[in-house]
Design a protein around this ligand. Structure first.
Ligand code: G3D
Ligand code: MG
Length: 199
């Protein structure tokens, strides 16, 4: 009886969890984005203040809960020599967030190439992809419309899948809620193709 009740209880309390990869060039703001998310949506609300964030070597993992959807976010190092490691995470991922530094015009080409490499990988097929035009608080930023235009050509190749470009400031938190809302809706919608992990 104990085991039966315990079984039923753990079935009822099991959590569905989605894994999201936070990718983008180094210095795009991936770690700042993850820490800001943690400070607003994780249970413990523990996060690093911006001045303590160092360049990421390896990975940071953060858990957040947004309107009953549980996300495990992987912030992977973005330096060129670390990008080849991203591939090994694709199979277990449910969605991708690609962070762009809107104020870094010089690296937009590199950024496009990095995104192209991701979306042409067959393990990523069908996954929702959210592109974040970050650092929108900076005066020298490109507007989100300009970023959209640049990435539209790539997005055309993602025909059947959900993709979106949204403006944010990971530093101030502006746009964060819209981003998480868009993402969680798409992850749940894509549940049949990539079922969440049960915890
Ligand atoms: P990464 O993890 O993608 O490599 P980081 O990037 O999160 O380490 O951020 C790189 C730098 O960009 C940091 O500045 C960080 O404060 C800054 N940054 C991140 N997001 C924003 C944003 O929305 N607005 C502004 N203005 N700056 C941002 P430092 O000076 O510490 O290198
Ligand atoms: Mg980092």
């Amino acid at each position: 009886m104990y085991h039966l009740v315990k079984g039923i209880y753990s079935n009822l309390t099991r959590k569905e969890e989605y894994s999201v990869l936070v990718l983008g060039l180094d210095n795009a703001g991936k770690t700042t984005f993850l820490e800001k998310l943690k400070s607003e949506y994780s249970d413990s609300k523990k996060s690093l203040p911006p001045e303590r964030i160092a360049p990421t070597v390896g990975q940071n993992v953060g858990y957040i809960t947004f309107e009953k959807t549980h996300l495990r976010l992987w912030d992977l190092g973005g330096q060129e020599n670390l990008r080849t490691l991203w591939e090994s995470y694709y199979n277990d991922a449910h969605g991708i967030v690609f962070v762009v530094d809107s104020s870094d015009r010089k690296r937009l080409e590199e950024c496009k190439r990095a995104l192209e490499i991701i979306i042409t990988n067959e393990d990523v097929e069908g996954l929702p992809i959210l592109m974040l035009a970050n650092k929108q608080d900076r005066e020298d930023r490109l507007e989100v419309e300009d970023i959209k235009e640049i990435f539209n050509k790539i997005a055309e190749r993602m025909s059947a899948r959900d993709s979106r470009v949204l403006p944010i400031s990971a530093l101030s938190g502006d746009g964060l809620k819209d981003a998480v809302e868009w993402l969680t809706t798409r992850l749940v919608r894509n549940k049949q193709n990539r079922p969440p992990t049960l915890k």
